[in-house]
Design a protein around this ligand. Sequence first.
Ligand code: SAH
Length: 226
Amino acid sequence: MTPWRVGGTPDAAGSLERRRDIMVREHLAGRGIRSQAVIRAMEEVPREAFIPEQLWEHAYDDNPLPIDEGQTISQPYIVAYMTEALELGVSDRVLEIGTGSGYAAAVLSRIVATVHSVERLEGLARSARERLDRLGYSNVLVHEGDGTLGWPEHAPYDAIVVTAGAPRVPPPLLHQLAIGGRLVIPVGPVPEFQLLVRVRRLNEDEYRTEELCGVRFVPLIGAKGW
Ligand code: SAH
């Protein structure tokens, strides 16, 4: 799928495509991302389509960038790392909490069957939904609401990813994981930085938690968040 072209000029589009290839090679493959499905998805999704036009020249820097309402689009390496950590299969149903720009949802949508993504800010939810529709990511459904409560309507999920930092793992997310499902979430006792953890549901009552790495996300705000 080539859903979008920068400014309509072949040169600008070509240069962004080249930068995307370099980003994937140097920042993702070069730093240990091994999943071919993740690499392919990151090669395919145009990150510039998810950020303001003034920032296009930074679209493929390996940094988070500001989006509307004081939120951020995550660093590409972290998007790839978290996506890989979810151990996705092609028929998986995934829940993302924190739609933001919709970029991570678009990446997930290239790998799995269905992505449900929840955003608490109405303006961001609306613009992400419009953007994803326009770009043709038709297997992403954006819901507006408090994602600390999950999205019970479509549970259980094979994988859940939270792209905002939580004080603790919200219990509704554990309950909405399928048996064998994986939850990847940044957690920490202060809002400024977190430890990324993966929680695996072993059976009806048992979960196993692994610590992955230190990260910095905007806070997860809600009934079971900050
Ligand atoms: N995945 C996004 C980055 C999101 S930044 C991207 O690829 O662009 C984190 C987002 O989480 C912000 O948009 C913020 O508004 C949202 N958020 C914070 N608390 C939330 C909650 N309880 N439920 C849903 N979204 C929440």
